[in-house]
Structures are given as C-alpha cells and as structure tokens.
Design a protein. Structure first.
Length: 567
C-alpha cells in the first residue's frame, strides 16, 4: 500500500527523506500524531481545531464529553444541583482534582479563568460562549472602551465561589446545553498564580509575557497530560500527569505531536510507522483511501459526518443580490448532489439548511413529560423537488427578481482563497449558474486575510463560508445570523429572525424552543437566503489499528489522551 500511496501523493524526495530521518529517533512516544504549529495552548485564547485538540490533553473543565455518546459527564465536578428555574447550577468539585504541581483545583480557579475570558483585552475568541452567564455580556461590553470608570464589577457576573469545593453559576436564561458548554476548553480553570505571573494580573493583560503562560518550563495544567517539550516548528512532547484525578484510566505514558504543514509528508510518515494518526487528509488522497476502504483493502481509514456546514455568504446590501428572489434562484440552481458526488467525493450530504440534519440524534433534549425531543431542520428551499423541478423553479425566481441577463452590466463575483478545494467548488457553481440561469459569473481568487477583511467590510458579492458547531445544539449555527452577531457578515437583518432566536434562548420548554429555532431556520434558508447552504462536511483521518478508544467525533476533535493500545 505504501507504494500506491507514494504514487498518489507524489511527495518530493526531500520531504520523504526528512520524514524518514525523524523515524530514526531512538525515543518514540506511545502515541504520535501530526499537527500544525500551535498558535496557542492557552485554553481561554485557543480557537483553531488542531490547537483545541492538543489543549484538551492539558486542561479539563467541570464536565467532559463521553467519547462514545458525546454527552456531558462529570470531570472536575463530581455532580451538580440545578434549581427549579434551570438558571442556577451549583457544581461540587472532586477533592482529588489536582493541578500538575500537586495543588488542589478549587472553585476560584474557575471564577478567575472565566472573568479573564470575559475581558475583551484578553482577546478570547470564544468569550461569547460565556454570555449565557448572568451579567457576562454586560461585563464584557463595559470593557470595550478605555474608560475604566464604566466597567461593570466582577460581582455582576453570575459565577460565585461558595467554598473551595463548590461553585455557584447563575445563567441569564435557561440553557439546555450548558453542561456541554462547561466541557469546552474555554470553560477550563486557570492556575491563578501561574496566570498572574505570566498572562493576566489585576485586570491587565501581560502582553510581553503571556506567550510564556503555557510554555513547558512554566505551564501548570489540570488535564491528563503535561507539556514537557515544545521545539518550535518541530514537535511537542506530552507526558502523563501523575496528579490527574482519573490517571488510572489514562493508558498512554507519552504523546508526541510532530509539527508539519506538509500533508503528503505526514502521510508518508504514517505509512512508514513513524506516526500513528494523521488528520485531516488531503481530499484527493482521502478519496483514494475511501475507495480502498470500500474494497476491503484498508481498515485504518475513518470518515464521518461532522457537525459542520459549508455555505456561500451573499452580500444582501449589494444590488442585484439585495433581491431575495435572485438569491433563491442562485440557491435552486446549485446541483448539490452532483457537487457532493463528483467534486467532494467523500460522502458529503447535500445541505439545504444550515443546521446539519445528520446530527439529529446528538441534539436530543428532554421534555417536561419525560420524553425526548429532537431538532428537525425545515426542508430547505427546493429540497423535496426533483432536479428538473428545481431548475424550473430557479428560472421562475430569476424572472420574478427582474434580473435582466441582457442588460446586466457586471458579472456576479464568487470570491475564494487560493485553496484547491475552494477553486473546485467555485468552478462547479459558476458552471451551474451560467448553465441554468444564463448569468455571467466571475471567479476571484483573494488571499485569505484580504478576503476576510473584504467580507467584514461587505466588499464582495458571494464568498465561501464554513462553520463547525461549537456545541451540539442548533443555536450554535442559527445565532450566527442575528443582526448584531460578528459572524453575520452578509448585511442581512431581519427583526422576526432576531425575535425568534432571542425567544428560543429564553424558552425553558425544549419542544417549544426547537419549534422557535426551526421557524428561524425556515426564514433563513427558505424565505430570505442571505446564505446558500451547499453541503454538510465530513471529517477523515487515518489511525493505526493497534489503537482503540478513539471514536469518530462530530466536532472533529479526537480525545487523543484517552487512546489505548489494544494490540
């Protein structure tokens, strides 16, 4: 198989020699994976998936997600109480929870970390995940200016230390997925003396030294592993934390993360035995591996549905795209099935809605009568029609929009970054729009940072969008498109949509809550179309068959610290 793979990836000889040289090292970790150079391993400031995966080995919150069911279970907290209003939680910390230096993890470690996250000067990308806490958003927004006089006091945020082993949390409104949020790395505790030495002290960010906070020489963490070595652009080395409360169930002694941006080299290292896990895999190679798997030739390739959707944003303030009928025509003209089967080729699901319906079972919620309710996305515009009927309806909406193909002065532009996958998708959709609607479409390759700036400034026609759900609930998707959300970036504002999402956030009854969110998604994906959902993503990786206890993860985050050697 190695010979076949070499032909597939066409890896340069220099890269191959470099990877094989790594394989000659005498010291090998129990588990080896490849990763990109981490931007940070600070749990309050981490945002990229590869970095979050590594940070999960170092820090743990009040809860964690079960590796099989993906449902929250006790972690630092042994148990919790919830009041009748479902807005007050009291978490009880396990006495055996320890930091890597042996000190106990206490309630103040969580309060300090959460308040740091809510300081905008810390630039925590996921600070908004804490806005479910009472007073949290007001606390955050009061610090957006340079006037300390109007800063809301810390006591206004709904997190209170009852004693060293008890933390009381007040929510702004009921949140049926709150225990899942507390498993996310942003909610992890901080070892206050270490943080105050290097990163954050007396409400001030220590910018000149905060990068040292998670360096091997200084890091104090509470997770299953400790970072003991970080060779810049080469590798990270993790060793089992003897003070971790659940150390008896951690079977690896060491983990090595080899840093590379070369996917082909990573795969060669995997095939030669130097590496145990590579994720993700370049699309064309993944397609070849998937075919080999289907033919019974490989058992180590994994591919699964992700809680993620690929879509196109539309600038709804720029004519002629300010017309919802034209946006409907563009959406209906996309042959999603053909794009999934012939362009993506990894089993992706055509998307007519934003929330992945493939995650239905993972969004189960209890009802007041002891039953279970599941989120059911609306059908989505044209989803129930045949391909021929969708084409006919697309042309009808084009006619209704008043768009004149003969007199239109400029083409509609699709902007995308210089990535092979983005080009393939854009070229396919360009062909569909020109063939079905007869409109002129121009492709524009724009460097990623420049494109992000243009999208923020609404200086685009159509641009690619991608969203991976942060927690298993439709609100992680639908909250993106309320009027003032920083991810909206379409110029679209709809009072009824905002009302529905806000009402759902306050609703205690899960069945009514899901009905409100479904109505909001119907407005978004059937009536207004500021975005054009295209497909729901799939993840892929290769994992040596001698490892077990790593299950396909809908958020594309494998809990590598829980891996076991089964051979």
């Amino acid at each position: 198989m190695l010979r076949t793979l070499l032909i597939i990836v066409l890896v340069p000889m220099a890269a191959l020699v470099a990877w094989l040289a790594l394989g000659g090292r005498s010291l090998r970790a129990d588990f080896v994976l490849t990763t990109l150079e981490p931007r940070t391993l600070d749990p309050q400031r981490v945002s990229w998936l590869p970095d979050i995966q590594l940070t999960m080995t170092l820090f743990e919150g009040l809860t964690r997600l079960n590796e099989r069911t993906f449902q929250p279970e006790p972690a630092v907290a042994t148990h919790w109480d919830v009041d009748a209003t479902q807005t007050q939680y009291t978490f009880y910390l396990r006495p055996e929870a320890r930091w890597s230096n042996g000190e106990p993890v206490v309630a103040e470690d969580f309060r300090f970390a959460w308040l740091r996250t809510l300081d905008p000067r810390c630039e925590a990308p996921y600070a908004n995940l804490l806005f479910v806490l009472a007073g949290a958003e007001a606390f955050y927004r009061s610090r957006l200016n340079d006037d300390a006089a109007d800063d809301a006091p810390a006591e206004t945020v709904g997190v209170e230390v009852v004693n060293e082993r008890a933390l009381r949390v007040r929510l702004a409104h009921p949140c049926s997925y709150f225990l899942e949020l507390t498993s996310f790395v942003t909610y992890a505790p901080a070892h206050r003396p270490t943080a105050e030495r290097w990163a954050y002290r007396d409400g001030k960010v220590l910018r000149s030294t905060q990068h040292l906070y998670t360096r091997p020489e200084y890091i104090v963490c509470n997770g299953a592993f400790v970072l003991t070595r970080w060779d810049f652009k080469q590798r990270l080395w993790f060793e089992r934390n003897p003070h971790y409360w659940d150390a008896a169930n951690i079977h690896l002694r060491t983990i090595e993360a080899i840093i590379t941006s070369d996917p082909n080299g990573a795969l060669i290292a995997y095939e030669t035995g130097r590496v145990d896990l590579v994720s993700p895999i370049e699309r064309s190679v993944a397609a070849a591996l998937r075919a080999a798997q289907a033919a019974g030739q490989r058992q180590d390739f994994h591919s699964n549905d992700l809680f993620a959707t690929y879509f196109y944003r539309v600038n709804t303030r720029r004519p002629p795209l300010d017309n919802p009928d034209l946006r409907k025509a563009l959406s209906l003209a996309i042959d999603r099935r053909a794009l999934c089967d012939h362009v993506m080729r990894l089993g992706e699901t055509p998307a007519f809605t934003l929330v992945p319906r493939t995650a239905r079972e993972l969004m189960a919620r209890p009802t007041g009568d002891g039953g279970t309710v599941y989120y059911e996305p609306p059908a989505g515009l044209g989803a129930t029609l045949s391909a021929e009927a969708r084409v006919a309806l697309a042309r009808e909406y084009l006619r209704k929009s008043g768009y004149d193909r003969m007199t239109q002065q400029r083409p509609i532009e699709i902007a995308f970054p210089p990535e092979p996958e983005q080009r393939l998708i854009a070229e396919a959709i360009q062909s569909m729009w020109e063939r079905v609607l007869g409109i002129r479409v121009e492709l524009r390759v724009v460097e990623s940072m420049v494109l992000s700036s243009r999208v923020r400034d609404l200086d685009y026609d159509v641009a690619r969008g991608n969203w991976f759900g942060d927690y298993m609930d439709p609100s992680t998707f639908l909250g993106l498109f309320v009027t003032d959300d920083g991810h909206n970036l379409t110029g679209w504002s709809n009072a009824e949509y905002d009302r529905l999402v806000a009402a759902a956030a306050r609703e205690v009854d899960n069945a009514r809550r899901y009905a409100l969110l479904q109505a909001a998604e119907r407005l978004l994906c059937e009536e207004e179309l500021p975005i054009l959902p295209i497909f729901h993503r799939r993840g892929n990786h290769v994992l040596k068959t001698r490892f077990g206890n790593l299950y396909d993860n809908p958020r594309d985050l494998l809990p590598i610290h829980r891996a076991q050697i089964v051979e």
